[in-house]
Design a protein around this ligand. Structure first.
Ligand SMILES: [Zn+2]
Length: 68
């Protein structure tokens, strides 16, 4: 699993760890965005995903595993 912020301007929110492209997190704002994130997680089904439960993810989307 290799996720790097090399493609576009992909930024991850430090609080909810959700990944956004060219826009800040609508919940936590621009000040919590970081382009230093690692690992990449796509959650489609939060109900049946063990990974989502472990990571505390409650809504589908793209998430960073680690955000600096
Ligand atoms: Zn956020």
């Amino acid at each position: 699993m290799a996720g790097k912020s090399t493609k576009k301007r992909t930024m991850a929110c430090k609080i909810c760890k959700k990944i956004y492209m060219d826009s800040p997190c609508p919940q936590h704002g621009d000040s919590h965005m970081s382009d230093e994130w690692f690992g990449f997680l796509i959650i489609n089904d939060t109900e049946n995903s063990i990974i989502a439960k472990t990571a505390g993810i409650t809504e589908p989307g793209r998430y960073a595993i680690k955000v600096r």
